[in-house]
Ligand binder design. Structure first.
Ligand code: NAD
Length: 368
């Protein structure tokens, strides 16, 4: 794992007056002070983090906040998807009220997607909206959840059922934080990175293939480039379709089947990104059946996922169970399943599938 010195990369997500910058680099937590000044972030700040991430990076963040003369307070939340719920949200509101927070105060989310989603939703709703910044520390959060303004908590009946679109003021990505991530979390994030290449950018996909060894070793230079290109693709999509009325749905490539994998295995076996990896292979297989890609394209996608030790084989459940699990997918509209399918590698489309049973039956048989 390398820590060579790197230049700070700056992207912009353009959404009129809700535009914001995304900074990416290695060892840039201290640069947060500069970003806070540039975006005129409030002087009184609450940092939301779980105990693990706070112990790892809370000190560096506190130094950055001191350096730009901010009054800051930590709000500690429990670690885990299980806690992305109403009760944790209430803990955040209670702390903000106890700290006398008003509209001229701001939130910073320091952590993975769970912390980012719940803090973003707290920021969206507290006093009808206060500014917030994302400091994502997992690969998934760096390339996906911190960018684009989707915030949410879970409901006992389903994930992310309560939420809001609410854009951050800035996203601050330090790839050095990825060094402490465990191997499975890192690989799960890589599944989402690979997804961007498959749906939107063949040259990025090929770059990932050519740099897979450096990425596996978590070399700074490769990480910054991969995160930057992934964020750029996501930012371009969000700029066109902020609220997922059309194009943004392509980001769900691999997710229809992936969500079914997660729900059938009761969220116990696979990380989200691992389930998405399997889902991408199934989607590619269906794309092939519909003449949108070749068998070689499936192998190309599968090989790159395998290079990061991601699972690619669908677990063995009866077809009816798969179809039932997919009925609850959010891309089902008026009872018709809408699938994101890859056109070769580097492009995709969304297609309504009136009768998914034979397609999935064939795909699962072929992938056995
Ligand atoms: P997570 O936030 O639970 O983080 C995974 C684990 O890694 C946690 O135990 C966390 O404490 C730990 N961790 C975080 N940073 C670390 C670091 N640098 N070193 C060591 N350990 C670290 O999970 P996640 O995969 O980051 O995010 C998943 C969540 O993101 C889900 O709730 C999902 O719904 C959401 N999500 C949201 C969007 C969106 O657009 N808002 C997109 C994709 C996923």
């Amino acid at each position: 794992m390398g820590c060579e010195s790197l230049k700070l990369e700056r992207l912009k997500l353009g959404l009129g007056e809700r535009s914001y910058s995304i900074w990416i680099g290695g060892g840039i937590l201290s640069d947060l002070s500069q970003a806070l000044e540039e975006v005129k972030f409030p002087r009184k700040v609450a940092v939301v983090a779980n105990p693990r991430v706070q112990a790892l990076y809370g000190g560096a963040l506190a130094d950055a906040l001191c350096a730009c003369d901010r009054e800051y307070h930590y709000i500690t939340i429990a670690d885990g998807e299980h806690y992305k719920n109403w009760s944790t949200l209430q803990t955040i509101y209670d702390a903000l009220i106890a700290l006398d927070f008003d509209r001229h105060c701001g939130l910073i989310a320091l952590g993975g997607g769970v912390t980012g989603d719940i803090s973003g939703f707290a920021a969206a709703t507290f006093l009808r909206g206060i500014p917030y910044i994302q400091v994502p520390t997992t690969l998934l959060a760096q390339v996906d959840s911190s960018v684009g303004g989707k915030t949410a908590i879970n409901h006992p009946r389903g994930k992310n059922l309560i939420g809001a679109f609410y854009q951050p003021r800035h996203v601050h990505i330090d790839v050095h934080t990825l060094q402490s991530l465990d191997a499975r979390e890192f690989a799960a994030g890589m599944a989402e990175v690979i997804k961007y290449g498959v749906i939107r950018d063949r040259s990025f996909f090929d770059w990932l293939h050519n740099h897979r060894k450096d990425l596996r070793k978590r070399k700074d230079q490769a990480l910054v480039e991969a995160v930057k290109r992934a964020c750029q693709i996501k930012a371009n999509i969000v700029e066109i379709d902020e609220k997922e009325s059309a194009l943004r749905a392509i980001l769900n490539f691999g997710h229809t089947f992936g969500h079914a994998v997660e729900s059938l295995s009761e969220y116990r076996v696979y990380r989200h990104g691992e389930a998405v990896a399997i889902g991408m292979v199934v989607a590619a297989r269906i794309s092939c059946q519909l003449g949108l890609c070749s068998a070689d394209d499936i192998d190309t996608i599968r090989d790159l996922l395998r290079a990061f030790d991601l699972p690619v084989d669908p677990p063995d459940y009866p077809l009816d169970a798969w179809l039932d699990a997919m009925k609850h997918d959010k891309k089902v509209q008026r009872g018709v399943l809408r699938l994101v399918l890859n056109k070769g590698v580097g492009d995709c489309l969304v297609r309504e599938i009136a009768d998914p049973a034979p397609l999935f039956a064939d795909a699962l048989k072929e992938l056995k």
